[in-house]
Design a protein around this ligand. Structure first.
Ligand code: AMP
Length: 422
């Protein structure tokens, strides 16, 4: 189906035409009529499917620019996703009078308050900062007619359930909720049962084009030869743009320090940088002003870098899900892309699990190692002597997660997934 077949505002059609969007993606084709008719929905979809525009276009179409209040609220788990979302809405709404803005932690609340006071119709927010603003500014949600939860499973993983429930409790008036998630854990079912009105469920993950354009390569590398192997790989591949993933801030720093002596246009991004720096890096990388980005998993989830043709897992990802998110930064929307993962001989157990869960046929650069003795199963838990409690999980960095409230922090302690330092 073509965008011109839809009854969209002329300004939106003009923007879509300028951007070169002609046909709707499958997720857009399925969800558009539903969103425009004002029904609740749950869409199980991943990034790369066009889900941002699937939601942004009908929302820009439906809000009334003459009302200077927030009419659409979009909650996202991270600051970078907030920026990506608001940028996408901004260009869709460019030829209209609709105003959009993003609020997130690490940025001046006074500036955010003054922008909100001037009238914003579509607000993108991370949960913590939104709640701070609800308590400490004139921001009200009484006019919100569209409430979007993007990457809902990730928000719940980050312990935002209580915060999300609080936001729902601020919107007792009639509104339309759209929940986008890659998976359907029990908490999403719980949210759906308590806060959504008979939602239509779209399971779009199976429909998504398998990224056959993404090549999965692996290379066994001894720790001391890792950097040298990396330089050779970069020389052989001559990529347009690369993300190099490391498992911690410290590894990021080390790799960045070495790499900037060898190649031009290198930057690094991790949770230790201040928000202005992160915002500027993220935008410059999207514009292709940066060729090599050394990153922690902070750059792995949901972000759309259309120029990136190579992802290098300099350190092995923690689990199969992290592998999918990291490698999903390339080969987007059917483009060609390659992921190269460096593997040490202690990584075989974890690697087997990544390959099995993601159903990947590994293509090895150099010799194929013998992994037959490594176990891909979960480690058996040793029993604790009776009466002794299991110590609670500790976050490696001891840092506060972005904008979380005290209740969310309590929830975070109960997180199931171990998190690496971002
Ligand atoms: P998303 O899943 O929202 O991260 O989108 C993935 C990529 O697809 C982004 O670069 C979008 O700009 C692009 N995109 C979304 N919808 C369309 C469309 N209908 N035609 C072409 N590109 C699109």
């Amino acid at each position: 189906m073509k965008f011109t077949e839809l009854d969209l505002k002329p300004g939106i059609l003009k923007a879509l035409q300028k951007k070169g969007y002609e046909d709707l993606t499958p997720i857009q084709e399925q969800t558009f009529p539903h969103v425009l008719s004002g029904k609740d929905l749950i869409a199980l979809a991943q990034t790369g499917s066009g889900k941002t525009a699937a939601c942004a276009i009908p929302v820009v179409q439906s809000v009334d620019p003459s009302i200077k209040e927030v009419q659409a609220l979009i909650l996202v788990p991270t600051r970078e996703l907030a920026l990506q979302y608001v940028d996408e809405i901004a260009w869709i709404a460019k030829e209209t009078d609709v105003s959009t803005f993003a609020v997130y932690g690490g940025f001046s609340m006074d500036i955010q308050k003054s922008k909100l006071a001037h009238g914003v119709q579509i607000l993108v927010a991370t949960p913590g900062r939104l709640i701070d603003l609800l308590y400490n500014s004139d921001l009200r949600l009484a006019e919100v007619r569209y409430f979007v939860l993007d990457e809902a499973d990730e928000m719940l993983n980050q312990g935002f359930l209580t915060d999300i429930e609080f936001v729902f409790s601020c919107m007792i008036h009639e509104h339309h909720t759209m929940l986008f998630s890659a998976t359907m854990p029990n908490e999403i079912k719980h949210l759906s049962k308590n806060y959504l009105d008979n939602p239509e469920i779209f399971e779009l993950i199976a429909d998504q084009k398998a990224p056959s354009s993404l090549k999965h390569c692996f290379e066994q590398v001894a720790p001391r030869r890792r950097f040298e192997t990396l330089l050779k790989l970069i020389k052989d591949e001559d990529p347009k743009q690369v993300i190099l993933f490391c498992s911690s801030r410290r590894n990021c720093d080390t790799l960045y320090d070495h790499l900037k002596k060898e190649v031009k246009s290198v930057e690094q991004i991790h949770g230790g940088l201040d928000q202005n720096k992160r915002t500027s890096l993220f935008r410059r990388f999207k514009r292709l002003d940066i060729r090599f980005l050394v990153a922690t998993d902070i750059a792995s989830r949901g972000l759309d870098f259309s120029h990136t043709d190579l992802v290098i897992n300099y350190d092995l990802p923690q689990n199969p899900e992290a592998y999918t998110h990291r490698t999903g930064r390339t080969a987007r929307m059917g483009r060609e892309g390659k992921a190269v993962t460096f593997v040490g001989n202690r990584d075989f157990g974890k690697l087997k699990m990544i390959l099995r869960v993601n159903r990947i046929d590994a293509e090895w650069i150099g010799e194929t190692p013998d992994m037959s003795k490594a176990s891909a199963g979960k480690k058996k838990r040793r029993r604790r002597p009776s009466g002794k409690k299991r110590p609670g999980p500790k976050r490696a960095d001891g840092q506060k997660a972005e904008g979380q409230s005290a209740t969310a922090k309590k929830k975070r302690r109960r997180r199931r997934k171990p998190k690496t330092q971002e």
